[in-house]
Design a protein around this ligand. Structure first.
Ligand SMILES: NC(=O)c1ccc[n+]([C@@H]2O[C@H](COP(=O)([O-])OP(=O)(O)OC[C@H]3O[C@@H](n4cnc5c(N)ncnc54)[C@H](O)[C@@H]3O)[C@@H](O)[C@H]2O)c1
Length: 442
């Protein structure tokens, strides 16, 4: 059976189904489609499905061309009808894996999607989990559910693999197709089939021994980022007290051609991955009576960063003989990183809360997020609108706090318009402030 399936992949008559059409699933479906594969996208969110059908962009950095090509194609379908899962030869799961209120893995999306797949599973299908998760998820959670509800046996009647998504939204140098894909299979045939599938569309496939190794690869990458970001955040605080600019230090250190990799400090961690994924491992490690001390420490340092930024903002206002209470503060950048509209876990929300708790009057400017859409954690901010970007508006604030350095903002305008700028991203590098003013780094 396996060779016939691989033959169909090569002939491009093999249909790729993708569940979850968000930041990961949408570019992934496009990547397979672009290489000539028939694709079907599934989501419970009718608006995403309708937008794909009509060619309307809903993730800003992915743009119109992608949506048009999907909507106009007779090889692409998008649906909320999960009984159509039987039409797919491979089913790739790209659903959320957040933390619950106790900071433990919330597996509800993976479980409910797996159950849906299981109820529609047929012989020969390949099921691949792409969501980030703790080592063991595919073998311990997914496969038992798939077998129980379908009556089929993994590795014999159908195939299962895990392949972490390494998408970096908004990165102009790497899209889904250009990022090597790590794959772990439940058995040799599953690996062979999954590898053949990714080989059609992705620059390189990196096979590993099994699904839990592939799961560990992704967690390792994100733990590495979280720990290193915490390190530079700690250095930022120490060096600031010594009168040393951490950014200058890091830029110079980065000229070393080996043994150093530059990470950049900021106002805290954001996004759907780095603040969350390491704690999937922390949770799983407890089952083995192990502590993940680096992860915990990094979490502690990174989550303290917004508090540090607030202290620096307070000091900046103090220099201008102003109190935080009653001051008008403009936050520049609501997205968690530059040049995207993703505000999940953005530390700017924490800054919003902390500033308002201290009595400041807070507004934001973000060209990527004109209005704050409904979110799980920040319901009271829904509907707030980005301010205008002009001298009169910006100058009416007592302080401007740069929390995300979108590259299409003209920071030299800001230098002319605002008396008091607090910069958490080194966005004002090389820009002189107004006469006699000072740009505060935080
Ligand atoms: N965003 C990133 O940069 C990134 C990068 C690498 C890995 N990841 C991982 O990829 C996974 C997906 O992340 P994302 O950013 O694309 O999330 P997302 O929230 O942008 O998209 C998830 C999609 O799944 C849909 N969905 C939720 N429950 C569903 C269900 N039961 N059935 C069908 N669809 C359902 C949602 O409607 C949404 O469209 C996560 O595990 C994440 O950690 C994300």
């Amino acid at each position: 059976m396996i060779n016939k399936l691989i033959e169909r992949i090569k002939e491009k008559t093999y249909t790729v189904g993708i569940i979850g059409l968000g930041y990961v699933g949408l570019p992934l479906i496009y990547t397979f489609h672009k290489e000539g594969m028939p694709v079907i996208g599934y989501d419970i969110d009718q608006s995403k499905v309708s937008n794909i059908q009509s060619g309307t962009p809903y993730i800003k950095h992915l743009g119109e061309e992608m949506m048009q090509s999907l909507s106009q194609s007779n090889r692409c379908a998008a649906t909320t009808d999960f009984s159509r899962l039987t039409e797919a030869d491979a089913v790739l799961l790209c659903v959320p894996t957040p933390l619950n209120q106790y900071r433990e893995p919330d597996m509800s999306y993976v479980i409910s999607t797996t159950e849906t797949v299981a109820h529609n599973l047929r012989e020969g299908q390949l099921v691949i989990l792409e969501s980030t998760t703790y080592p063991g998820t595919t073998e311990e959670v997914m496969i038992p559910l798939l077998e129980k509800h379908s009556g089929l046996i993994a590795g014999k009647d159908f195939y299962v693999a895990y392949s972490p998504e390494r998408e970096d939204p908004g990165n102009p140098n790497f899209n889904t197709a250009k990022i090597p894909k790590v794959v772990g299979g439940h058995g040799e045939d599953a690996l062979k089939l999954a590898q053949a599938l990714y080989d059609t569309a992705i620059v390189q496939t990196v096979p590993v021994s099994d699904t839990k190794t592939a799961e560990a690869v992704k967690i390792t990458e994100n733990v590495f980022r979280s720990v290193n970001i915490a390190l530079v955040n700690e250095l930022k605080v120490v060096y600031a007290k010594m009168g040393i600019d951490v950014h200058e230090v890091l830029d110079a250190a980065d000229t070393k051609p080996f043994g150093f990799m530059k990470f950049t400090p900021g106002p805290g961690l954001g996004g759907h991955c780095i603040p969350i994924d390491p704690f999937y491992l922390t949770w799983k490690a407890r089952e083995f009576q192990e502590n993940t001390r680096f992860i915990e420490l990094a979490g502690e340092i990174n989550t303290h960063m917004p508090q540090y930024v607030i202290e620096q903002t307070s000091n900046a206002l103090n220099t201008h003989k102003k109190a935080m209470n009653g001051s008008k503060i403009l936050l520049v950048g609501l997205a968690y990183k530059p040049n995207v509209d993703d505000m999940r876990e953005s530390p700017t929300f924490e800054l919003f809360h902390l500033l308002e708790d201290l009595g400041a009057e807070v507004a934001y400017y973000d060209p990527y997020i004109p209005t704050i859409p409904p979110t799980r954690q920040h319901a009271n901010y829904t509907g707030r609108k980005s301010t205008d970007w002009n001298e009169a508006t910006v100058a009416s604030f007592d302080a401007v706090l740069i929390s995300t350095n979108h590259s299409d903002i003209d920071y030299s305008e800001l230098a002319k318009w605002s008396d008091c700028i607090i910069d958490t991203r080194n966005a004002m590098k090389g820009i002189s402030p107004k006469n006699g003013r000072h740009i505060f780094k935080a």
